[in-house]
Ligand binder design. Structure first.
Ligand SMILES: CSC[C@@H](O)[C@@H](O)C(=O)COP(=O)(O)O
Ligand SMILES: [Zn+2]
Length: 212
C-alpha cells in the first residue's frame, strides 16, 4: 500500500473501473439523464469510491471517481463528492457487509415515485422477479418499496431511511419526483436489485395503465 494514502490505490482503481463499466451500461438505458444519478462501491472498512458531483455519468473516467470516508469527507482529493453522499455512507456505516450503492433517475422510477408518493410505498407482490432480491426464495411474498418525500436536506432524508431500516430490511427505496436507490453486498448484487426494481415498477405502471 502507498504509505501516503489511507487506502489501497489499486483497490480504488479496481472499484473505479467497475463503476465506469456498469454505469456506462445503465446510462445507455437512459437511467442517468442530464448528469443525474450517483454511484459508489466500498474500498475497505473506512473508505468508499464515489462519483464526483455533477459529472456526466454516461461518460465516466477514473478522474470522475473520488474517495470519501464513512462520514462523507473527501480523502486525498479536492473534488466535491456527490451531493447525495450521505445517502450512500449511511448504508456503508450501518451495514459492514454492504459493498455497493447505486442511484438512478429512470423515467419509470420517477413516474412511479410520483404515483405512489401519497401512499408512501409501492406494494410489490406475486412476481417471480421478487426472487432477484437476496433472501427471497419464492414469488409468494410481498415487498413494500418505500417512497420518501424529496428534499435537498440530506440529513432529513437519511433520518427517514434510517427509521425505516430500524423497522424492516430493504434493498432500496424511491424518492418522490427524484429516483431510486438500491444497494447490495457487491456491484453484481446491487445491480440485480436495481434492475429488479426497475422491471417491477414498470410492471406496476403498465398494470395501472391497462386497468384505467
Ligand atoms: C442533475 S439533477 C440531479 C441531482 O440533483 C442529484 O439528484 C443527482 O442524482 C446527481 O447529483 P450528484 O451531485 O452529481 O451526485
Ligand atoms: Zn439524484
Amino acid at each position: 500500500m502507498n504509505s501516503a494514502l489511507p487506502y489501497d490505490p489499486q483497490r480504488l482503481s479496481h472499484c473505479a473501473g467497475e463503476i465506469i463499466v456498469n454505469v456506462r451500461e445503465l446510462a445507455q438505458r437512459g437511467w442517468t439523464p442530464a448528469t443525474s444519478s450517483n454511484f459508489s462501491t466500498r474500498i475497505d472498512a473506512g473508505h468508499v469510491a464515489i462519483t464526483v458531483s455533477g459529472r456526466d455519468k454516461g461518460r465516466l473516467t477514473e478522474a470522475d471517481i473520488m474517495v470519501v470516508d464513512l462520514d462523507g469527507t473527501p480523502v486525498a482529493t479536492s473534488h466535491r463528492p456527490s451531493a447525495e453522499t450521505l445517502l450512500h455512507t449511511q448504508l456503508y456505516k450501518r451495514y459492514p457487509q454492504i459493498g455497493c450503492v447505486l442511484h438512478t433517475h429512470s423515467q419509470t422510477q420517477t413516474v412511479a415515485s410520483r404515483l405512489y408518493a401519497g401512499r408512501g410505498h409501492v406494494h410489490l407482490e406475486g412476481y417471480e422477479l421478487l426472487k432477484a432480491f437476496s433472501g427471497n426464495t419464492t414469488h409468494e411474498m410481498a415487498l413494500e418499496l418505500p417512497v420518501y418525500p424529496n428534499t435537498q436536506d440530506m440529513p432529513t432524508l437519511a433520518a427517514q431511511v434510517d427509521a425505516t431500516l430500524d423497522q424492516q430490511p430493504m434493498w432500496g427505496y424511491l424518492i418522490d419526483g427524484h429516483g431510486l436507490y438500491a444497494w447490495g453486498r457487491d456491484m453484481a448484487e446491487a445491480r440485480r436489485h436495481l434492475e429488479a426494481f426497475e422491471f417491477l415498477l414498470g410492471c406496476e405502471l403498465e398494470l395501472r395503465r391497462l386497468q384505467r
